[in-house]
Ligand binder design. Structure first.
Ligand code: PLP
Length: 425
């Protein structure tokens, strides 16, 4: 292209002068690696180096990058119909995807509301939950119970649900809605305490939101299926809506298609995102149960849900999601995700004996090594990139959340890099 400098001749600093990058102090951040291609679990950099990706672009690319079936579905859909608004128009890629998702989530007659990111799927769930009570004439129930170490996204409503002390959103206190944060109960006594906590605030609580089984982005913490089932049971008893944020855990990450399956839950609202499109394009959804939806379905115009992300149900994104769901049906994806737990355990568990290591946690396709101290990002990424690995520690945790298609030798390379890194401490 005339007038455009060849990108390869420019330094990283030159190239990055206009872009504002996420989650970093731009002034001191390490120069970003320049990616030009991805395939399977590999990232190819502009200078030809290849990295094994241990985190699948924030755990989205569950089938590996650029899966030919997903690419073909996107291309075919793009040629036929790019985007149309869902206001007054509808199309088969969205209606059929809604049907497929409604069927995948337990419960009869689920309704699926599309959006473009996980944070928005959470916002929509909050709005649905609040308005569910309003439509029933109950005006005081507009707060949510959320948990320590939670992460639900970066928009204002979602931020208000993140860990109140430890999260990166802590300094927005005052700007954010006040919610009711508490700890995840881990035994019967704590569950009783949790029930009391809810009971005291019941008139003001619209619902309880949790990342089921694995709390990802705020620290890779796990809780048991029994804890989750106990929370669900208390919600049912006290008639509070249970919102499962499966944006991270959905589509196989915990070893089952959804984490809720392991606690046999029938939630009121489920948020989906990340792996929904197989990691190809932004797509998210909020799934509401029949009973949550019911008060919206009335003769009163004001009972309608007044929400509509511009790109909701984008046909190209829906086509990618269909191809991704097809792959889950055709290939042993969940077995692959389960196998990862064993491999992570085999390679990472020995680190538990290391004095710098607080904990090693492996579950489904997630492996996390928690260190005594926070990991400085720049030297850590340098260390991993030198070993051909793409890993991005999060505070005191080095984690793996790769594509389920990753092979054992690649897992071994990633884990060995982590072991070596810990040994440099
Ligand atoms: C990533 C994530 C979100 C936010 O999704 P975005 O697409 O980044 O807005 C919400 N909840 C959970 C559990 C997540 O992991």
């Amino acid at each position: 292209m005339v007038g455009m400098a060849s990108s390869d001749s420019r330094t990283a600093a030159d190239m990055n002068h206009a872009i504002w990058l996420p989650y970093c102090q731009m002034k001191t951040a390490r120069d970003s690696e320049r990616v030009v291609e991805n395939e399977g679990v590999m990232l190819r950099l502009a200078d030809g180096r290849q990295l094994i990706d241990g985190i699948a672009s924030w755990w989205t690319a569950c089938h590996g990058y650029n899966h030919p079936q997903i690419v073909a579905a996107i291309c075919q859909q793009a040629q036929q119909m790019s985007h149309v608004m869902l206001g007054g128009l509808v199309h088969e890629p969205a209606t059929r995807l809604a049907e497929r998702l409604a069927d995948l989530i337990p419960g009869e007659d689920n309704k699926v509301f599309f959006s473009d990111s996980g944070s928005v799927a959470v916002e929509v769930a909050l709005k649905i939950a609040t308005q569910h009570w309003l439509n029933r004439g109950i005006t005081s129930k507009n707060r949510f119970v959320c948990f320590q170490d939670a992460y639900h996204g970066d928009t204002a409503g979602a931020m208000s649900l993140c860990d109140p002390v430890d999260s990166m959103h802590a300094h927005f206190k005052g700007f954010l809605l006040e919610q009711f944060p508490t700890a995840i109960p881990t035994n019967q006594d704590e569950l009783q305490g949790f029930r009391d906590f809810l009971l005291e605030r019941r008139d003001r609580i619209a619902g309880v939101i949790i990342e089921p089984l694995i709390q990802m982005a705020a620290g890779f913490r796990f809780h048991s299926a029994e804890s989750l089932a106990g929370i669900a049971q208390v919600c049912r008893e006290l008639e509070l809506l249970l919102i499962l944020d499966e944006v991270a855990t959905g589509f196989g990450r915990t070893g089952t298609m959804f984490a809720l399956e392991q606690a046999d839950l029938k939630p009121d609202l489920v948020c989906l995102g990340k792996g929904l499109s197989g990691g190809a394009v932004g797509l998210a959804a909020t799934v509401a149960s029949r009973s949550v939806y019911q008060p919206f379905h009335s003769g009163a115009p004001e009972h309608a849900l007044m929400h509509g992300p511009t790109y909701m149900g984008n046909p190209i994104a829906c086509a990618a999601a269909h191809a991704s769901l097809d792959l889950f049906e055709q290939e042993p994806r969940l077995q692959q995700a389960q196998a990862l737990e064993a491999w992570f355990t085999e390679y990472l568990q020995p680190l538990k004996a290391d004095p710098h290591v607080v904990d090693v946690r492996c579950r489904g396709a997630v492996g996390a090594v928690q260190l005594q101290t926070e990991v400085a990002l720049t030297p850590a990424i340098d260390f991993f990139v030198e070993r051909g690995c793409w890993l991005r520690p999060l505070r005191d945790v080095i984690y793996l959340a790769p594509s389920f298609t990753i092979e054992k030798p690649q897992v071994e390379t990633l884990c060995q890099a982590i072991v070596d890194f810990v040994q440099t401490r």
